[in-house]
Design a protein around this ligand. Structure first.
Ligand code: ADP
Ligand code: MG
Length: 575
């Protein structure tokens, strides 16, 4: 919680304004009943019209002042709360952006989205109410009780009588509310998870006729959420009528006992009316306070979730002292690298050692799940190795600044991801300093220029959400253009030939060879034909190196490579 207060500091001034405005309003509310007593006792009861008009004008003025302050306070507090939420969202978002993949794995995307939106909104709401309440509740109840006491101490005992009831109600609500609100937030996370999976995977869901299954899954999560939400609302629904009941009983008590006291001449009629008003004010502010008790557990649950994100330090970050590198050559070396995903039973990679030199093509081949993509994530430091080390130009990559490291690498992920925006934007994503000439060149080498030029707006054509309006192969080619625009020293191409037809693949390989020149190239593939002519081929099997050498050498020495090759190629092709 304290963590969050620091974001309020820059908003000190507007907050002070709100508090002052609220105080003005409360003071006017506290003052008005004394005028009521005056106008009744000395004006109406005595039939003094002049006094009625005089006091009446004063009452109107003060009421107008209080009203104006109240409106201004609402306006200001809404602005403050919105500004706070904006800053908080920004902080959460930039923290999430700094996360490395293990943190994403830990929270899960739906939960991160909820924490950035829904949870922040909860905090915004509580701030909005809280700002008004923090002044109103104590000032109004203490001031009210003080004023009531000065009017009639005996009658004021009524307020002490209702106190235990109030405490009981508030404890009950807090006890029930806090765990329930936590649960609501959790259920909302799982609802979003199901929704997201169902929506992003809609094609698969349709293709496998799993609509009903998905529907049921959603129904279940939805029902879970609804049930908990209803439980919460039920608890909260009791609150308002019970408070109203208590308030009305208090009023009845005041009138009853006040009437008796007027009868016996201890009290004047106007004082009784003022007393009723104070009673209302006190009860109202206490009711507001108890509403706050409803909001606080909910906000606490949200605050925890937000702070959890803010307090998570990315496991993969720059070392205290980073080794600067200029003019990277791209010499890459794995030394006895072992890596397991968090919580996995066995390592995804074990004892991997190899070197990849500039100007050479290093191919990695192996079945699905053999650890090829994992290996490429380690070079980018999306995950850190458990044992062993990875060096670039002789420097351990953990000693490099992440930005320096990644800037030197042109990565084409297995699943091409594009962003909403124009084609040019997407290519510039690799290097926003690139010129239009660079963009076109990158597109040409990537064999993407042809289809881009055929599109109605050429390079300005828009890619819709996640690149749905272009084919898988076109996406792949834009992804490689993006990597090329970077002019990196190390290329990592993860199975990107798989989405290309044979002819385009061959053309791309020839063009790439010229372009990549003396860079280090790592090509991940499943098909032997795409990597046969690589300078060295690493055969991965269940996370271990099963063979390392050229196509010819591996055919002679590596049983697994021979099996892969003979299952894909004819006898002549192998030779
Ligand atoms: P390949 O690219 O060769 O098909 P991967 O490197 O993607 O294989 O996966 C290697 C192994 O690591 C697989 O057993 C896979 O289930 C596991 N794996 C991949 N990504 C993750 C992840 N984010 N969390 C846990 N396990 C993973
Ligand atoms: Mg893979």
């Amino acid at each position: 919680m304290n963590r969050l207060f620091q974001f309020l500091k820059p908003l000190r001034l507007p907050i002070a304004t709100v508090l002052t405005l609220v105080a003005i309003r409360v003071l006017s509310d506290l003052y008005l009943p004394t005028l009521t007593a005056d106008i009744v006792n000395n004006g109406i009861v005595l039939g003094n019209t002049h006094h009625i008009i005089q006091v009446g004008i004063r009452m109107l003025t003060i009421a107008a002042l209080g009203g104006a302050a109240s409106i201004a306070a609402s306006y200001q507090s809404a602005r403050v709360a919105a500004a706070f939420a904006r800053v908080l969202r920004e902080k959460v978002f930039s923290r999430v952006e700094s996360f490395s993949l293990p943190e994403f794995d830990k929270f899960g995307t739906p939960s991160l989205i909820n924490r950035t939106t829904n949870d922040v909104t909860q905090l915004q709401m509580v701030l909005l109410f809280g700002l008004r309440l923090i002044v109103t509740a104590p000032l109004m109840s203490i001031g009210g009780i003080f004023m009531a006491f000065s009017l009639d101490p005996t009658l004021s005992l009524i307020f002490i009588a209702i106190l235990p009831f109030l405490i009981i109600i508030i404890t009950f609500i807090a006890r029930r509310g806090i765990p329930l609100f936590r649960r609501v937030q959790k259920r909302l996370d799982s609802l979003n998870l199901v929704l997201r999976e169902g929506l992003t995977g809609i094609r698969v869901v349709r293709a496998f006729n799993r609509d009903t299954y998905e529907g049921e899954r959603f129904q279940k999560a939805n029902l879970n959420y609804t049930t908990t939400a209803i439980q919460v609302q039920r608890t909260m629904a009791i609150m308002r009528p019970v408070m109203m009941l208590l308030m009305n009983f208090t009023t009845i008590g005041i009138i009853w006992f006040g009437g008796l006291r007027i009868d016996s001449g201890f009290m004047q009629l106007g004082d009784l009316m003022a007393f009723i008003q104070y009673g209302m004010h006190i009860m109202f502010s206490l009711a507001m306070l108890s509403m706050m008790f409803v909001q606080i557990p909910r906000a606490t649950a949200s605050a925890h979730r937000v702070v959890e994100v803010l307090d998570t330090v990315p496991g993969i970050r720059d070392a205290g002292v980073v080794t600067p590198i200029e003019n990277v050559k791209g010499y890459l070396e794995f030394t006895d690298v072992t890596f397991s995903y968090p919580g996995a039973e066995r390592p995804a990679l074990s004892n991997i050692s190899f070197q990849a030199t500039p100007g050479q093509v290093t191919a990695i081949i192996g079945g699905t799940g053999s650890g090829k993509s994992t290996l490429s994530s380690l070079i980018l430091r999306l995950y850190d190795v458990d044992r062993g080390s990875i060096h670039i130009d002789g420097i351990d990559i953990r000693k490099l600044a992440l930005e320096d490291l990644r800037r030197k690498i042109g990565f084409v992920p297995q699943k091409a991801v594009l962003f909403t925006g124009s084609i040019e934007d997407n290519i510039l994503f690799g290097n926003d300093g690139a010129t239009t000439g660079d963009v076109i060149r990158a597109a040409k080498v990537a064999q993407a220029a042809n289809f881009i030029e055929k599109m109605p707006a050429g390079y300005a054509s828009l890619i819709t959400q996640e690149g749905r309006n272009i084919s898988g192969g076109q996406k792949q080619r834009l992804a490689i253009a993006r990597a090329l625009a970077r002019k990196p020293r190390i290329y990592i191409l993860d199975e990107f030939f798989s989405a290309l037809d044979f002819r385009t693949g061959a053309q791309l390989r020839t063009a790439l060879k010229k372009e990549t020149g003396n860079s280090t190239v790592i090509i991940i593939a499943q098909r032997v034909s795409t990597i046969m002519d690589a300078d060295q081929i690493i055969v991965l099997e269940e996370g271990k190196i099963a063979g390392l050498g050229t196509h010819k050498e591996l055919l002679a020495t590596c049983r697994i490579y021979r099996e892969i090759a003979s299952s894909q190629l004819t006898e002549e092709e192998i030779a």
